[in-house]
Design a protein around this ligand. Structure first.
Ligand code: SF4
Length: 77
């Protein structure tokens, strides 16, 4: 995957997540729900940055944080 299109760290704020599963609907290759109906990031997912951002923007409570490889937060801004 080209460096520019691969995301850095992705985090889900479990306190905010309401299990709406919008992220899973947008990007099931990256997100899943755990037994508590909270989103988790699949290990070793191959999601690209545009897809990750689409999923983060689809979250109704903005519980998905996306970071650039250099560590700065891309979303939410
Ligand atoms: S879209 Fe947001 S609230 Fe819904 S499961 Fe994903 S992280 Fe949680």
């Amino acid at each position: 995957m080209p460096e520019a299109t691969s995301p850095g760290k992705i985090e889900v704020d479990r306190e905010l997540c309401i299990g709406a599963a919008s992220c899973v609907a947008v990007a099931a290759q990256i997100f899943d729900l755990d037994g508590e109906n909270k989103a988790i990031i699949k290990p070793n997912h191959q999601g690209d940055l545009p897809t990750v951002l689409n999923a983060a923007k689809a979250c109704p409570v903005a519980a998905i944080y996306v970071y650039h490889k250099d560590g700065h937060r891309i979303y939410p801004e």
